[in-house]
Design a protein around this ligand. Structure first.
Ligand code: ADP
Ligand code: MG
Length: 721
């Protein structure tokens, strides 16, 4: 099967995508019910209602919803749509949909219907989606409710088109069961908190939007090879595989020329993404062989997250047409780089100012420094929460490994801003006169293009935005964004309280702002780190500074229910305590299940593929020894043959006993009652054996006759395209 797969992969033609006659601008958002097309389908009242909901979150009445629904249906039907679905993001990490037809039989005829109710709310039978105890079986109902701030879109399958309505997903009691509901709450909190602070600098500001650009890394492997790897199919990553002689040591893949077959895939993926309004702009080879990246133009955070979720689905669907499989796992291959999702984050006012963009005059720089330093303080205070928000079984392979940001949350700001902050701290000590200090905080205009890059930092300032680089490639970005938005909003509210306090006691506003900024900086600067995040020295230094370094998911997740998280999340009504506890439960379960599946596949592959091939090989060598001896050779003549058998047999025995031990540990772990204890057992007693198991299996792959090896090797997975 392996050689058959190699043959198919090698001979697979490149799929040409012909788009003659279709321009990028015609194609862009062609499948989205945009504000541009709305006037042709909606009455004036309906239009006012939906625009109000999009812009300022005003409620849409049932009457307006009915009008909007009928306009949407008309638009969709003109484009061949027959079904609609509420499209939501349950806590499984992927998207969920349940299609209903527009058509309804009436007096023997088919009549198409789509009511305001159908648009606004649905009650999907969602009892099989994770709820972490929020839904009892007798109250299993879940509701989806329309989110008008993310436009509806048409998803095209090879045959058939579906109208997708982005929705939140909540339980009968109103508890959030998805990623979107808390994200929306955090965005509105951030809006209020940042707008209030903006008013110090510009009274015209009435809204602030979070902005997000998500860079997405991924691997491509040929589908024929992929289907011969049970570990890739079941776990999304290889559990075995001897390192290819050539991997990324030549540094020849990053930004290298894109192979034609891959290029055609990227091209079609972009065309399809554009149709859905996803503004993809960047494509390139990444560091590891077979690894690539795409990135859109940044958007409002809720939309950027929806688009990224949609993109992940789309990527795989288009890949199938090209005979590829997209691997979104954080670590599909050992020994070469894994994949992440870099979340470029900022805040933009409705007056058009990027609040994290340094200006070129003292006033705008005071505003910049305010948002800059408050973000640093927020991440400092809630580093453990941010770490928890990116904790998954897959991301454990990246965080702390020598290629991705460490599990220690630190912030890189570059040398210019380091100097500026130093000046701010020292000068305010000696001279409180605001004039002088603001001058010192003058930041050269060239900064934006000039920031140093530090790829080892989990949270880096890159000129006009922060880049959270530690998010897992397969993850929904909503969780880390909810954590970050809430932490920053909370900090801005506290900051404003302190400044107003000083102003009320007679201090001039700018002086008060500087005073509080200085204090916040002093309280949080231990999180600033400019050096090499991969180094052992940093691990030591961070420990001295009292920064956390939580390496495994079950331990990291504890911060979801820590006092400080419960305090900040409940205070601002982002999550209730119950909701946090349920998420903690779900994440712990998700972790164990993933490790459990990996453990089962390891067992399966070892017994049904590695042992048989190895046995056959040993038999062949043994038969050769007998034949050689029958032809008159002595024991010493066949010593090398015997050495080979002995070496193979040694790894065989070690592999077998390690796999058996791991299976035993799994059985023990399954009997543990507490969810957290069970997850920890899976981490420290089961998963901890995987590397040793793999070591012996990979040795066997190196030793055994290539002809007998059943599943595709790294060199084939990574290089055939
Ligand atoms: P690099 O790989 O050099 O970091 P990319 O061009 O791949 O950069 O990605 C940078 C991402 O940051 C893009 O999605 C871009 O739109 C986004 N971005 C730029 N400015 C902002 C901003 N103000 N807020 C949020 N994201 C931004
Ligand atoms: Mg990039």
């Amino acid at each position: 099967m392996r050689f058959k797969a190699i043959e198919i992969a090698q001979e697979r033609p490149s799929r040409k995508v012909d788009l003659t006659g279709i321009s990028v601008s015609e194609n862009f958002a062609a499948n989205v019910f945009t504000e541009d097309v709305m006037p042709s389908y909606l009455s004036k009242d309906a239009l006012t209602a939906i625009k109000g909901a999009i812009k300022s979150g005003t409620k849409i009445s049932r009457e307006a919803a009915t009008l909007i629904a009928s306009g949407m249906k008309a638009w969709a039907e003109e484009r061949g749509v027959t079904h609609y679905t509420h499209w939501f993001q349950p806590l499984t990490g992927s998207t969920a949909e349940k299609h209903d037809s527009f058509f309804e039989p009436q007096d023997g005829r088919a009549v198409s219907k789509f009511s305001g109710n159908d648009l606004v709310q649905q009650e999907p039978d969602a009892s099989s989606l994770p709820s972490g105890g929020l839904r009892n079986t007798f109250e299993a109902r879940g509701y989806t409710a329309w989110d008008p701030s993310s436009p509806v879109f048409i998803y095209e399958n090879t045959s058939g088109k579906t109208l997708c309505i982005p929705t939140v997903f909540v339980s009968y009691n109103g508890d959030a069961l998805d990623y979107k509901a808390p994200l929306l709450k955090s965005l509105s909190l951030l809006d209020r908190a940042a707008t209030d602070v903006c008013k110090y600098f510009d009274p015209e500001v009435t809204h602030v939007q979070g902005s997000l650009g998500i860079e997405q890394e991924y691997f491509l492997v040929d589908r024929a090879l992929y289907t011969q790897r049970p570990d890739l199919i079941m776990c999304g990553r290889t559990l075995f595989g001897y390192m290819a002689a050539k991997n990324q040591q030549m540094d020849d893949h990053y930004f290298g020329s894109i192979p034609d077959r891959v290029f055609n895939y990227m091209y079609e993926m972009e065309v399809e993404a554009h149709k859905l309004g996803i503004p993809l702009r960047t494509r390139h080879n990444e560091v590891a062989p077979g690894q690539y990246e795409c990135a859109p133009q940044f958007e409002e955070i809720n939309l950027a997250v929806d688009h990224n979720q949609l993109l992940m689905d789309l990527m795989d669907e288009v890949a199938a047409k090209h005979g590829f499989k997209v691997l979104l796992h954080e670590k599909p291959f050992a020994g070469i780089n894994g994949s992440g999702k870099h979340n470029n984050w900022s805040m933009i006012s409705d007056t058009g100012t990027n609040l994290l963009g340094p200006g070129n005059d003292p006033d705008s720089n005071l505003s910049f420094l305010t948002f800059f330093i408050n973000t640093i303080k927020a991440v400092h205070d809630h580093a453990d929460l941010i770490r928890a928000s990116i904790a998954t079984a897959g991301n454990d392979h990246r965080l702390g490994a020598n290629e991705a940001p460490p599990a220690i949350i630190s912030i890189f700001i570059g040398s210019t801003l380091t100097e500026v902050l130093n000046d701010l701290e020292t000068n305010t000590k000696t001279d409180r006169g605001s004039e002088k200090v603001i001058n010192i905080a003058k930041i050269p205009e060239i900064m934006v293009d000039n920031t140093d890059r530090n790829r080892t930092s989990p949270f880096a300032f890159t000129g006009n935005k922060f880049e959270l680089r530690a998010v897992g490639s397969a993850q929904n970005s909503a969780a880390p964004m909810t954590a970050l938005n809430t932490a920053v909003a909370n900090q801005l509210i506290e900051f404003k309280g302190k400044v107003d306090g000083l102003v009320n006691s007679g201090m001039e506003t700018n002086a008060a702002i500087l005073q509080v900024l200085k204090d916040e900086l002093t309280a949080s600067k231990r999180i600033l780190f400019e050096g090499n995040g991969y180094s052992d020295e940093w691990v030591e230094e961070a420990a001295k500074r009292g920064l956390s370094n939580v390496k495994d998911t079950p331990s990291a997740l504890a911060a979801l229910v820590s006092d400080s998280t419960i305090d900040v999340m409940t205070k601002h009504d982002i999550f209730s305590k119950r909701e946090l506890e349920s998420r903690h439960e779900i994440q712990l379960e998700d972790y164990q299940k993933k490790i459990q599946i990996e453990g089962r596949i390891i067992d399966d592959i070892a017994y049904t593929k590695i042992f048989p091939a190895t046995t056959r090989y040993m038999k062949e060598v043994a038969e050769a020894i007998n034949a050689l001896k029958a032809s008159g050779m002595t024991d010493s003549d066949v010593a090398s043959h015997k050495e080979i058998i002995a070496e193979v047999n040694m790894h065989f025995s070690r592999l077998k006993s390690l796999v058996d031990e791991m299976v035993e540990e799994r059985k023990k772990a399954n009997k543990i009652d507490g969810n957290e204890e069970r997850a920890l057992a899976y981490c420290f007693n089961v998963k901890s054996k995987f590397d040793d198991i793999r070591y012996h299996a990979d040795k066997l792959e190196r030793l055994v006759d290539d002809r007998l090896w059943e599943f595709p090797k790294y060199r084939e997975l990574l290089y055939i395209k």
